[in-house]
Design a protein around this ligand. Structure first.
Ligand SMILES: Cc1cc2nc3c(=O)[nH]c(=O)nc-3n(C[C@H](O)[C@H](O)[C@H](O)COP(=O)(O)O)c2cc1C
Length: 182
């Protein structure tokens, strides 16, 4: 796929099944993540790969977090199953580094760019996926279990796999509507 075609056709899809990227394909996705723009070369990111049974561990963490928040049994069960919505989930963490020069915001943006790059790398290799956050990206118990420092953020959970059916092509707004030529 040509680079510009990738940029102009990338879209998310949430109906995902096997196969997930693995081996070299997964490595290329992770390598694309660490090519994100990075002011000061701080590498302000950390990736946790949850595939196959490991997704259940993430589901347990979500369920425990939901319980701590006083969620109903139904919601706890739903939380437990969330990571099973794709065969592969990658948590992308902004691993914020101490710096006098590079603000925390820029480091979180870099980690966000890593998510985008990883989704692009998956899409370029014929996989589909969706960047999700939701309450379990912000829940203190989840952050503790994934060993975040106080200043870190879970910027996303990238759900990856193969589209269950052909994803419909989305209509996009015109860039003209958002652009002013000064
Ligand atoms: C930071 C961030 C968090 C998101 N969280 C969710 C989410 O929790 N659930 C969801 O369905 N979409 C979420 N989205 C949106 C999807 O990733 C996706 O961008 C959206 O469905 C539009 O599809 P598109 O990427 O094809 O434009 C999030 C996007 C971003 C950038």
């Amino acid at each position: 796929m040509q680079a510009l075609d990738l940029l102009l056709t990338r879209q998310s899809f949430n109906q995902l099944t096997e196969p997930a990227p693995e081996g070299d394909a997964l490595q290329a996705i992770l390598d694309a993540g660490v090519r994100a723009p990075d002011h000061g070369a701080l590498t302000p990111w950390r990736f946790i790969v949850f595939s196959e049974a490991a997704r259940n561990d993430l589901g347990e963490i979500y369920a425990e977090a939901a319980e701590q928040s006083g969620a109903s049994d139904d919601k706890v069960e739903k939380a437990k199953n969330m990571p099973l919505r794709a065969p592969l989930v990658i948590a992308i963490i902004a691993d914020v580094k101490p710096s006098d020069k590079i603000p925390r915001l820029e480091q979180v943006i870099s980690a966000g760019c890593a998510v985008q790059a990883m989704q692009m790398a998956a899409f370029a290799q014929g996989f589909d996926g969706i960047w999700r956050t939701g309450e379990f990206a912000y829940h203190p118990y989840v952050k503790q279990q994934l060993k975040l420092k106080d200043e870190d953020e879970i910027v996303g959970y990238l759900y990856l796999g193969t589209a269950k059916q052909q994803a419909p092509t989305k209509q996009r707004p015109s860039a003209k509507d958002f652009t002013q030529v000064w």
